[in-house]
Design a protein around this ligand. Structure first.
Ligand SMILES: Nc1nonc1C(=O)N[C@@H]1CC[C@H](O)C1
Length: 251
């Protein structure tokens, strides 16, 4: 097995949270194929006191606990000693850059990512100031820890690594790559409880099917995410399809 295409070191207090998602399906296969190496590193192993504490009360008072800097600095020293300077050191937090497909594609080009999963009220600011290169948020809500966000980021990034999805990469990538939502998918049977598959998909007419799918992507994006449509890279054909859709709506 050659060098993995990507190494992800995850600093977490709960490594056991990751066994399920990373030992199944596509991520599992990517690891077995040696396309990605995921190392779960327990922050508590780098605590330098006999009670193995990793948090403490906040300076300035206030409720809750703060994750201490020392174990994270020590863990980063250990990572650097083993594998050199990571490409990115990512802190998952609500204040971070909103995670999306573009960010996933950017991270998928890196050789070595470190993800830091926070807990408690937050992490000593010296970690963000002196260790972190990127703060990323998976959405505007507050979770109990950074582990689920880390799984989301790893999932979205790993599937973009060449060879992970194999030949199945196509459709989802194409549609999101140009910023549109996916067209609807159908499989056997042709009719189920009276619900039929659109005739065009049974026609074997590839050009009609391509056009129908593109129209569906445009319609869905227009209806659910007009903001994406405004930013999407549309072709002349797309604009014609949209014009005809808007005509139909008006009539
Ligand atoms: N939304 C998010 N996207 O990334 N991370 C989060 C998030 O809610 N993190 C928690 C906040 C306090 C605790 O430290 C962990």
């Amino acid at each position: 097995m050659g060098e993995p295409k990507m190494v992800v070191d995850i600093l977490t207090l709960f490594p056991e949270m990751f066994t399920g998602p990373f030992d199944a399906s596509i991520i599992k296969r990517a690891r077995e194929k040696g396309l990605v190496e995921i190392n779960l590193i327990n922050i508590r192993d780098f605590s330098r006191n006999k009670h193995r504490t990793v948090d403490d009360t906040p300076y300035g008072g206030g409720a809750g606990m703060v994750m201490a800097a020392e174990p994270l600095f020590e863990a980063m020293d250990w990572i650097r000693a083993r594998r050199g300077e990571p490409g990115r050191v990512i802190l998952l937090c609500p204040a971070g850059r909103p995670f999306n497909q573009e960010v996933a594609a950017e991270l998928a080009r890196e050789k070595h990512l470190v993800l830091i999963c926070g807990h408690y009220e937050g992490i000593d600011e010296r970690v963000a100031e002196h260790l972190v290169t990127d703060e990323i948020s998976i959405g505007d809500y507050v979770l109990t820890g950074g582990e689920l966000p880390a799984m989301v980021v790893v999932d979205a990034v790993c599937r973009l690594i060449p060879g992970v999805l194999g030949e199945r990469a196509s459709a989802q990538e194409e549609s999101f790559a140009d910023g549109l939502l996916e067209y609807p998918h159908y499989t056997r049977p042709r009719e189920y409880r009276g619900y039929r598959v659109p005739e065009v998909l049974l026609s074997g007419h590839h050009e009609k099917i391509r056009l129908w799918r593109r129209r569906q992507s445009l319609l869905r994006t227009l209806a659910s995410r007009p903001d994406l449509l405004a930013r999407a890279s549309l072709t002349g054909e797309d604009r014609k399809i949209l014009a005809s859709v808007l005509e139909e709506i008006k009539s």
